[in-house]
Design a protein around this ligand. Sequence first.
Ligand SMILES: Cc1cc2nc3c(=O)[nH]c(=O)nc-3n(C[C@H](O)[C@H](O)[C@H](O)COP(=O)(O)O)c2cc1C
Length: 319
Amino acid sequence: MDTSQNSRQPFIYLAPIRGVTDVLFRNTFFRHFNGIDAAVAPFINPQKNCQYNDRMLQDILPETNNIPPIPQLLHTDPDDFLVLAGRLADLGYCHINWNLGCPAPMVARKKRGSGLLPYPEKILFLLEKVTSRTQMKLSIKTRLGYQQKEELFHLLPRLNDFPLKEIIIHTRLGKQQYRGQTDPKSFATCLELSHHILVYNGDITTRNGFTELAHHFPDTSTWMIGRGLLMNPFLAEEIKGLQSENREERRTRLFAFHEELYTGYRERLSGPGHLLGRMKQLWLYLIASFPEKKKPFKKLKKSSTVYAFEESIREIFDL
Ligand SMILES: Cc1cc2nc3c(=O)[nH]c(=O)nc-3n(C[C@H](O)[C@H](O)[C@H](O)COP(=O)(O)O)c2cc1C
């Protein structure tokens, strides 16, 4: 094995996408596609005074994850954070991620996720308490700010003395949700302000787009991709130059992935409503791999029975 070659390869995280990248998705994805080095799991629902039974942690239980992900916490109370961190340590985890990026209004209103970014003192308070009381590696996933990018610009120098594994930055503001442009220029400013390893995240959807960013940020070696991988599951292979199949072979691999995922959800989820809801959520992105299939996609979105859904899948895959 040529390790010198491997060491030049980017490290690529699969981003957490709640409602899509759950344990079944991650296991299936890792079995069918290459190029992803690790995954951050969607956030664990924060609870107060809770011991977290296995059911609440089912998405990240090591025995059901073929490749254990990095569990993500959304707490803002240090004591509650530490209870969950302790439970995760007992499960064998040694790296956890703190979500300072979620923009959902219900979350941000509670000063969680990106809603905490305008309150740096609260962030520092949690970090002081948590980092002094856990041995686990802690990383942060954040945005440029909630209202304005100066929020992160002011925060980053104050994070320099904390023992953080890395800081993943989705280069949007919380108030943008998932819309509008990302802001790679601000990532350059962040690199100047932080002593930590910074991970770039946001709108990497093509190999060329990745190459352009990598050219701008030659010292950045770790990247996170979410929707780009859902739109094109071969993207990490393409970025790493692992992929050389023709269109037909790609379609065959994609279908095998889809079949396994669909079968898995059919066994796990009760009732066609849940099953179709889950699959349609994925297809909002995956349809980008089938640009000429607008008509069957319309049918897929409208499908209310398993029969109608499966028929539209056959049309999309030309079966
Ligand atoms: C539907 C949806 C759910 C998401 N859930 C999470 C989550 O649980 N935790 C998190 O840190 N980010 C979450 N994100 C944000 C993504 O991880 C990622 O930061 C964002 O989509 C930008 O990266 P991308 O353009 O590569 O997708 C979510 C995004 C979407 C669209």
